[in-house]
Design a binder for this molecule. Sequence first.
Ligand code: ADP
Length: 181
Amino acid sequence: MEARAGQAVIELLQGDITEQDTEAIVNAANRTLLGGGGVDGAIHRAAGPQLLSECRTLGGCETGDAKITRGYKMKARHVIHTVGPVYHSAGQKAPELLARCYRRSLEVASENNLKSIAFPSISTGAYGYPLREAAPIALKTVADYLNSHEGIQTVRFILFGKEAYEAYEEALKDLLQEKAL
Ligand code: ADP
């Protein structure tokens, strides 16, 4: 499924983010930026050990912030590492922290003049954010950014599995119905 937001298109796809050919892919990392499980582990495996070497120079990353590296062996030339909130520890701050991850990642993409970016579903794996709560926040934050900034042309959400895809599809349909794009 896809929808327009500003000059850009938001695409939803089921798949593996490490195989994407967008200029950047986003990593749902942890604050050390030194690798982990889930999508983080998959990205480090696909990129090769040079990614970890570059990450070691970054000094970690705060929750809600984002930092860029090269993509090494992957098709994507850049990885934007962001750190989502742990759902049960973040409490009431969880929605704002999750929104900040998407916004900061897009700002970093804009600063680097990138035109296309692929996101995973941040925080909805090990960090425990319910998919049905995370999907509308992710999509609304991205749509608001695209409606107020030029440059980025394609934002792809790469959903790992049917359940994630369906949650994002439903949230995107809701936004279209509310004319919130
Ligand atoms: P977090 O710690 O932010 O929750 P996880 O990596 O545990 O990060 O999970 C985030 C989301 O990424 C989950 O929905 C998970 O299913 C998904 N995921 C895992 N591997 C991949 C992959 N290779 N491509 C895209 N998404 C993935």
